[in-house]
Design a protein around this ligand. Structure first.
Ligand SMILES: [Zn+2]
Length: 1037
């Protein structure tokens, strides 16, 4: 599953103004947003509409209940006995469900009805039933056990082997009916069948023994909403090692909320068209059919979908046969799937069209989208790279793609960027459709990486599935890591895994994981409600960073061999992290190396946070250095999350690579395994003027600190000849220095001194690292009195490179994308910094481009810098420009363009306009639900709007929480986005007071917010003055 990520394609928040204008209005400034953006895909839950639909459903049920009661009465009067397959009741039919499948629904359980409270039946069986229930509850209490339906995990006495699922989709009223037949294997005898089912109406239940004709009588059935299960209580126990068939007939809504089997729509030729599609991960298959909805219960599935012939249907497997009926309906019967988990099962009912390609190994790849997009060729890029990527993965993993086909479905709305359903992966349109004529490199990069990610899951996730959600990082970490490896295969010149991985993954997640309120990458998960929580950046990014460190110390070819074994051994099954560690250890052994990978990796996956290594003392004559480790935290004053365990007890086994360098040369790296708090090591060839460099190419997940002398030698080296040190280490030194200083491990001047060499830096990555590391520092200072000193210093560092590179003159064509990616990205980065900090030329250029657009009504602004230009224009120019961008935002249809226009509106320094925008953001007709969060967060990044956004957030919390509360990822993005740059004592108090009185979830997000703001306030108190003093001195020199 891909969470929506933004690779810093957004413009600077409110640039500094040119001097003349600044004299008239107060200056404002900012840096590229994004580094901390815990961006997520939208999961708007339109509560009001949802409730309305439920009302209708309840009303519908009430009517059917009345009708059923009447039928039952008549039946009783006529002494009709419903009997079928021997499953019927001997006595009077009990409303609790007795297994009749005569087609008459006799079990009017509404969704979410309290457990064990079946509707009163005509004969008043309720009292007897309640008694029975109470006895049963007491029995469990006597045994001091939770009843099987109340446990957080399904009881393990049953295992589904195969599902036959027959669905009928009624697109005209957004309901569907289903019949599921589950073949069950009994491991331990039991009277209970407990499986997941949520928000559905179950009409009938029958249990029959497979081989014999006889059925097993159902005593009663009930929903238990707390654990989202449906319970079938039988009159006798199911016997061990026999197989049974469970049949359930049910119906439900094709929901408007984006989970389970849901609907979405688009407009074609002025007409609204609907489609139904599924999102089951992690726990929503249970909303679409009763099932054993845990990843460990792999089974085969045979699906049939009946729908009107004006639609087509899709599922994981290809259609085997289609049966047409006279009344305009058709039933598609899909081939049987291999063994798989419920969460990546999928289907869709739509009237999309497609284009198709075939891989060398014969896999048919189709891209389905709305007909106009297919006609325009917007899916061709994705289709083309998908074919190549399947070939890449088949070759890399040495395991063929498992299904005969792969469909990519581009839907207008989806809760995540994409979802890796096996054979039917679903993408939100913005993450798969691409029109090369209006797409920037970053947009192309986003599309590419999401596709690479989902394709990796066809192996990591779908073919081999984590045993349980605590190890979701096993699939998400791999898919995220392979985004970079796979993109390198497509664009070898981009060096994604060696370079961009650092800024986009490693540096980014170390910000989060450096908080005392972080959590381990393997997280305990008990309740269903915990499961959403594990899909966060720690799982994705720390998972990926740990995998990269592992690959690097194992050696890439051994690592690859190990993965091939792991996939081959566990295919069509489940695996836990220890299975991976064992297979990798064996692979290492084969090449004669012995590392206990489990022992090493447990420390990294089960402990939160990461270490900072300090290398001291190349001053002694005997070439001995001291290496020590401690847990890195931004705010050392915060109490550890687990008071039983102080920060002192954190220890890691660290594969520290180290090299020695002098003015013109760097030694080859040596690896030192550091496993104690402090160790002495002998380093040969350590001379007077030589410096030490740790974590070569930043392959390790930790920071490195040195004594000041070594820092000075490194700075000196960068200034004289930076190319002795690799690009990735140059970026790494910048990021480490800024963050070590921010946390107080290092004097504040060191990072600013390192930056000075950038005027000679022609590579993109160190600039990118600097710009991202400056961002939080800028936000700490942007409302302080002396901000202009800092601003001036940064401008000086950027000026000469800005002059050298200039502005892009034309738009990129396809061939340019590959060859000039690094150069274009560098130029963009430098322009962004220049405009953000108020370079006059940059401002004039932006203003000229905007004026030209307004006067000619032709947008000639180069694609790659449009966001920067729009934002700068809105910030510098008068209200008319804001209105012009606002108008363009409404009239444009291209998704990527719409988004940057909306974000540009947040760059204004006019507080009235910002307030107006905030208020408009909650109007779903104007701003998409998923974009509203970005509006609020971007206003919070603008120093003129920070307090407005913060106040707006508190005032509207009830509305916001109702809208996004269930989508944890969205909610935490909003909470951190609005609070992360608050940095005064007053704001900290406001935050704490708000938390005392607020209602709703997000407790984890709020505790992280408090820690972040506390660290900000602490930095202001301890280090701000030190920084300004150095800056003042430096500027007068
Ligand atoms: Zn994923």
């Amino acid at each position: 599953m891909a969470l929506e990520e933004k690779r810093e394609k957004r413009p600077p928040v409110t640039p500094m103004m040119i001097e003349e204008e600044a004299a008239l209005r107060n200056g404002s400034r900012g840096l590229p947003p994004g580094p901390w953006a815990e961006a997520a895909g939208p999961r708007p839950r339109t509560t009001e509409r949802h409730i309305a639909v439920h009302k209708r459903l309840v009303l519908g049920f009430a009517v059917s209940i009345l009708a059923l009661l009447a039928v039952t009465m008549i039946a009783v009067l006529l002494s009709v006995r419903f009997e079928e397959c021997g499953a019927a009741a001997d006595g009077p039919p009990r409303a609790g469900g007795n297994g009749s499948l005569s087609g008459v629904a006799r079990q009017p359980h509404g969704a979410g009805q309290p457990p064990g409270r079946p509707e009163e039946d005509a004969r008043g069986g309720e009292a007897a039933e309640e008694e029975e229930e109470e006895e049963e509850e007491e029995e469990w209490q006597r045994r001091r056990e939770l009843p099987p339906w109340a446990r957080p995990r399904l009881p393990r006495h049953l295992r589904p082997l195969h599902y036959n699922l027959m669905l009928t989709a009624f697109m005209e009223n957004f309901t569907f009916s289903g019949e599921v037949n589950v073949q069950l294997e009994v491991r331990n005898a039991s009277r209970y069948i407990v499986l997941h089912a949520h928000r559905m109406h179950i009409e009938a239940v029958r249990v029959a023994e497979d081989k014999l004709a006889g059925g097993v009588r159902v005593a009663r059935t009930f929903f238990y909403p707390q654990t989202q299960v449906f319970v079938v209580v039988l009159n006798r126990s199911l016997e061990v090692q026999r197989s049974y068939n469970l049949k359930i007939i049910y119906n439900a809504l094709i929901e408007n909320e984006l989970l389970g089997f849901f609907r979405s729509s688009y407009v074609l030729h002025g007409e609204r068209r609907f489609l139904g599609v599924t999102q089951f991960s992690p726990t929503h298959a249970r909303k679409a059919f009763p099932c054993f909805d845990e990843p460990i219960y792999k089974a085969t599935f045979k699906i049939s979908i009946r729908h009107q012939a004006t639609y087509l249907s899709l599922s994981n497997m290809p259609v085997e046969t289609s049966v047409f009926e006279e009344d305009g309906w058709v039933t598609d019967h899909f081939s049987q799937t291999p063994l798989m988990s419920t969460y990546y099962l999928a289907w869709a009912v739509c009237n999309f069209t497609y284009r198709e390609t075939v891989t060398k190994s014969g896999v048919v790849v189709r891209l389905y989208a709305r007909p106009d997009a297919i006609r325009r060729g917007s899916g061709d890029y994705a289709l083309n790279i998908t074919r190549r990527l399947i070939e890449f993965y088949e070759d890399y993993f040495k395991v063929p793609y498992s299904l005969p086909k792969l469909d990519l479905l581009a839907v207008p709305k989806h809760p995540y960027a994409a979802m890796e359903n096996w054979g039917l992966s679903v993408f939100v349109e913005q993450r798969i459709l691409l029109d090369p004529s209006i797409s920037s490199i970053l947009y192309l990069l986003d599309v590419t990486m999401v596709i690479v990610h989902e394709l990796c899951h066809q192996w990591f996730g779908d073919l081999v599935t984590p045993v349980w959600w605590e190890d979701v990082w096993l699939k998400e970490g791999f898919a995220h890591y392979f985004e970079f490896v796979g993109t390198d295969y497509l664009y070898p010149g981009w060096n994604m895994e060696k370079q961009r991985f650092l800024t986009d993954v490693l540096h980014e997640v170390m910000l989060l994981d450096g908080l005392a309120s972080s959590h381990p990458v393997s997280q305990e998960v008990q309740q269903a409600s915990d499961i959403d929580r594990v899909f966060d950046w720690i799982a994705y990014k720390k998972g990926a960073a740990l995998i990269r460190m592992l690959a690097s110390f194992m050696g890439h070819s051994v690592f690859q061999m190990g993965l091939q074994d792991y996939l081959t051994i566990h295919k069509y099954g489940n695996a836990a992290r220890n299975d991976l560690w064992n297979t990798l250890s064996k692979a290492l052994k084969r090449v004669g190396k012995s590392v206990n990978i489990q022992e090493v990796m447990d420390q990294w996956t089960l402990q939160m946070g990461y270490p900072v290594i300090t290398i001291l003392g190349n001053e002694t004559t005997d070439n001995i250095i001291v290496i020590s480790q401690e847990r890195f935290v931004y705010d050392s004053d915060t109490k550890p999350k687990d008071p039983a365990r102080g920060d002192n007890s954190y220890l890691w086994q660290i594969p520290l690579t180290i090299a020695v360098g002098n003015t013109s040369h760097i030694s080859s790296e040596a690896i030192i395994w550091v496993s104690n708090k402090s160790e002495h090591h002998r380093i040969p060839a350590l001379e007077e003027a030589s410096w030490l460099l740790g974590n070569i190419n930043q392959t390790g997940y930790f920071r490195v600190n040195y004594d000041i002398r070594n820092w000075k030698l490194l700075i000196n080296q960068l200034t004289r000849n930076h190319e002795v040190i690799s690009v990735s280490n140059r970026a790494g030194l910048i990021d480490d220095a800024f963050n070590l200083a921010r946390a107080g491990y290092l004097p504040q001047n060191i990072p600013l001194e390192i930056m000075r060499y950038l005027s000679e830096e022609k590579d993109f990555l160190p600039w990118h690292a600097a710009s991202r590391a400056l961002y939080p520092l800028d936000k700490l200072l942007d409302r302080t009195e002396n901000y202009n000193i800092f601003n001036e210093y940064i401008l000086r560092q950027v000026a000469s490179m800005y002059l050298k590179l200039g502005w892009p003159t034309n738009n990129l064509n396809k061939s340019l994308v590959q060859s000039s990616y690094q150069h274009e990205e560098l130029r963009r980065e430098v322009i962004m910094l220049a405009c953000s900090f108020g370079n006059k030329h940059c401002h004039q250029q932006a203003a000229t481009l905007i004026s030209d657009w307004i006067s000619s009504n032709r947008n000639r602004i180069p694609l790659n810098v449009r966001d920067i230009v729009y934002c700068t224009g809105v910030s510098l120019m008068d209200e008319d420009v804001w209105e012009f961008i606002w108008m363009k935002f409404h009239s444009t249809t291209a998704v990527s363009e719409k988004k940057i226009l909306l974000e540009a509106l947040t760059c204004s320094d006019d507080r009235n306009l910002l307030n107006r925008l905030l208020n408009l953001s909650l109007n779903s007709e104007v701003v998409l639900d998923q974009d509203a969060i970005d509006v609020i967060i971007h206003v919070a990044r603008n120093p003129h709007g920070r307090d407005l956004a913060w106040k707006f957030f508190r005032d509207k919390w009830k509305i916001l929480n109702a809208r996004y509360g269930e989508a944890l990822f969205m909610n935490s993005k909003l909470v951190s986005g609005v609070t992360e740059f608050l940095n005064t004592e007053g704001e900290l108090r406001e935050l704490k007071n708000f938390i005392k009185s607020y209602e709703g979830g997000a407790a984890v997000s709020f505790s992280r917010a408090v820690e972040t703001v506390e660290a900000n306030v602490r930095w202001q108190r301890l280090y701000k003055e030190e920084l300004f003093q150095w800056l003042r001195k430096s500027l007068t020199q």
